[in-house]
Ligand binder design. Structure first.
Ligand code: AMP
Ligand code: ZN
Ligand code: FE
Ligand code: FE
Length: 290
């Protein structure tokens, strides 16, 4: 049976496979409670939460889109802005070799960085071990939010946000660089796995919304980008409209998602208001068959 084109969906969620606090099962259960027809599981640099979510989704009547959110270097023209480039991949074959290889590499870079952050915290007089941090990431890979949680538990800081502001933010006293894929390699890995590559939260590129953003999107389109996240939890109506303008200009699918992380980011609920409609998934499917 075809899903109603207006049924609510959420195309951006995190689970315990990365830095979300809910298991894949819990995210899907929450979607069922909220009457969300489909969710994409888009963990940072991993697809390992997808099978569980799909299994649970089958039982609960929630469609689970196989997804991923890959961290990449910002395009050349905007690298000086020190922003963040995340590429979402949708409808990926989670077993595909090129994608797997890219994700394993990204996970290795993350693992290499974490002890460096701990060392810097220790040098600042904070007593923290990698083991203590690992307890907050029982099955996922360790991300900075897990380090932040461990610092909250120790009482070093009062909140995850304070941990970032005081220590972990990029350029902060306990920050450490992580090698990242080039934008074209991230996009190519997604497309090799039969997926659709979408620019996540374009404002995190940190270039405002003038010509620099346009140029960055242009470069990504030349590398094979197929969509842009227009609806997003923190977007103002003006930002959404600007993203839609970019989507029209570059013939991109307009997607939307919350970036749900559970308790890790407690102010972001699952599902946007007004909801993102199911027909966006139809558009993603159309792009896939090229
Ligand atoms: P990682 O992938 O380990 O570098 O961690 C990235 C995660 O940390 C993402 O979920 C971000 O939203 C979160 N994060 C990065 N910078 C900040 C910040 N300044 N404040 C709060 N959260 C942040
Ligand atoms: Zn995250
Ligand atoms: Fe992101
Ligand atoms: Fe995200």
């Amino acid at each position: 049976m075809r899903t109603n084109a207006r049924a609510p969906i959420d195309l951006h969620t995190h689970t315990t496979a990365s830095d979300g606090s809910d298991t894949p099962e819990q995210v899907v259960q929450l979607a069922a409670e909220r009457r969300i027809a489909a969710v994409a599981v888009t963990d940072h640099d991993t697809v390992c939460g997808v099978p569980e979510a799909q299994r649970v989704g089958q039982g609960l009547g929630v469609e689970v889109i196989a997804g991923v959110e890959i961290s990449a270097l910002p395009p050349e023209s905007v690298r000086r802005a020190h922003g963040v480039l995340h590429i979402l991949g949708y409808l990926v074959n989670t077993q595909e070799g090129h994608l797997t290889q890219a994700l394993v590499w990204a996970q290795e870079q993350r693992s290499a960085r974490n002890p460096e952050i701990i060392r810097k915290l220790n040098a600042l007089g904070i007593d923290l071990t990698l083991d203590e941090v690992s307890r907050h990431a029982p099955r996922g890979q360790i991300g900075r939010p897990h380090i932040a949680q461990a610092l909250v538990e120790k009482g070093t800081v009062g909140s995850i946000q304070e941990a970032f502001d005081r220590y972990l933010r990029t350029g902060g006293p306990a920050s450490a660089e992580k090698a990242k894929l080039s934008p074209s390699d991230a996009i190519a890995a997604i497309r090799a796995a039969g997926g659709v590559a979408v620019l996540a939260h374009p404002y995190q590129l940190n270039v405002g919304d003038g010509d620099a953003l346009d140029e960055a999107v242009h470069q990504l389109v030349e590398s094979g980008l197929q969509g842009v996240e227009c609806r997003y939890s923190s977007h103002t109506p003006e930002q959404t409209a600007r993203c839609r303008g970019l989507a029209r200009r570059y013939h991109l699918v307009e997607t939307g998602g919350s970036d749900y992380h559970g308790a890790t980011k407690h102010d972001i609920p699952l599902g946007l208001t007004p909801p993102v409609p199911y027909r966006v998934i139809d558009s993603l499917r159309e792009r896939r068959i090229v």
